[in-house]
Design a protein. Structure first.
Ligand SMILES: C[S@@+](CC[C@H](N)C(=O)[O-])C[C@H]1O[C@@H](n2cnc3c(N)ncnc32)[C@H](O)[C@@H]1O
Length: 364
């Protein structure tokens, strides 16, 4: 096939045109109808990359990608390295995540990735950076911190929590999307586990569980009873007095041992930081915008790590930080007339966060 379909060659001498037609492997037509030589990579010497790559500029103080992380590398540099060294779907591991450049670029280039860092700030900055580029096509990812936030554990998706906490306890979660006759998984010794995502669970939970544990696997139940071992486990945030008494009654009177396990015995739980925002109206500038000062104050027994701001917060899209690292919690921005949604997140030294949304109307 001759590559003549793209443009209409005009004014080319017939003998040249014939040469072009006869040599489609070395000449092609541009969109605008000009002939060009094809250059094949294996025939072309090119410019080998040396040890010093100075064609990628360092991040300057005004760069859009700048997040304020002290050793931040340009994304173009990581793009080159990742594209040279991996293919789509490969796994990129960065055990020293820092500001998260490698991970965010790997994510954008459709690589799978694992990032690790000892610093909470590094993990949270990377998370906010990933969130910023997240859209409908982004593959899901998990951010794993050392401590867990009580509210998230207690009130997010129940099934997800049940199978996750069973795994944290060394067991295997139910594959079904709901518990099977009150059994949510099996412990490391095969005994059934029930998860109650509530506080102060009552006496009936224990009574019902002793029945369902037996139904779950009668011979295992009897074997454990005979051996003086626990017949099952109940995991909950806390146990009420009635439940505790029923557990000891079952043990003493019926030789049935049920082990009560509190969530905070399995994983460390902390309470997320508290956040408040104070707003000061400053002068109007010459373009008719109003300067507003926002002062965020966070409180946490763990101490505050940093604040992040989204000056154009949209609930549907989620938090997309305009400023990722703000150590002080103070921002002055110019806002035009109309409604504005501003979100600020506070992150504490355990990596737990909280967010406040400010709806602000700027009058003419
Ligand atoms: C310069 S940053 C890395 C930059 C990063 N690779 C990127 O793509 O931008 C170095 C990071 O290593 C982390 N780090 C240092 N020693 C560590 C360790 N033993 N375990 C985990 N992280 C560590 C620091 O907390 C810091 O965030």
């Amino acid at each position: 096939m001759l590559p003549l379909s793209r443009g209409k060659p005009r004014g080319i001498k017939p003998y040249r045109l014939r040469l072009i037609k006869e040599n489609p492997h070395i000449i092609y037509w541009t969109k605008t109808g000009r002939p060009r030589y094809k250059i094949y990579a294996d025939e072309y010497e090119g410019l080998p990359l040396g040890n010093v790559w100075d064609d990628i500029p360092a991040i300057n103080t005004m760069a859009k990608e700048r997040i304020g992380y002290p050793t931040q590398k340009p994304e173009a540099l990581l793009e080159r390295i990742i594209e040279m060294a991996s293919n789509k779907g490969d796994i990129v591991l960065d055990p020293f995540v820092g500001g998260g450049t490698t991970i965010t670029v790997a994510d954008r280039l459709n690589r799978r990735w694992i990032g690790i860092d000892q610093s909470v700030q590094a993990v949270k900055v990377t998370e906010f950076r990933l969130q910023k580029q997240t859209d409908l096509f982004t593959a899901p990812y998990i951010v794993q911190l050392y401590k867990y936030d009580y509210d998230t554990l207690r009130y997010n998706d129940a099934f997800e929590f049940e199978s996750w906490i069973v795994q944290q306890y060394g067991g295997t979660g139910n594959v079904k999307q709901r518990s099977d006759k009150g059994i949510d998984g099996k412990a490391f010794d095969g005994a059934p586990i029930q998860v109650k995502r509530s506080d102060n669970i009552g006496v009936n939970v224990i009574k019902n569980f002793s029945v369902s544990a037996k139904q779950f696997d009668k011979s295992l139940f009897e074997k454990n009873m005979a051996a003086g071992k626990q017949v099952g486990y109940i995991i909950a945030f806390s146990f009420g007095r009635g439940a505790i008494e029923e557990v000891s009654r079952l043990k003493n009177e019926e030789n049935i041992i049920i082990k009560q396990v509190r969530v905070d015995e399995i994983i460390p739980i902390a309470v997320k930081p508290v956040i408040g925002v104070h707003i000061n109206e400053l002068e109007r500038d010459d373009k008719g915008s109003r300067k507003i000062e926002f002062i965020a104050t966070g409180q946490s027994p763990a101490g505050i790590e940093f604040y992040s701001w989204d000056f154009n917060y949209d609930k549907e899209k989620g938090f997309k930080a305009s400023i990722i690292i703000d150590k002080v919690g103070k921002q002055v921005i110019s806002l035009k007339t109309g409604m504005h949604n501003i979100a600020v997140k506070v992150v504490d030294n355990d990596g737990l966060e909280n967010m406040e949304i400010i709806k602000l109307k700027i009058n003419v």
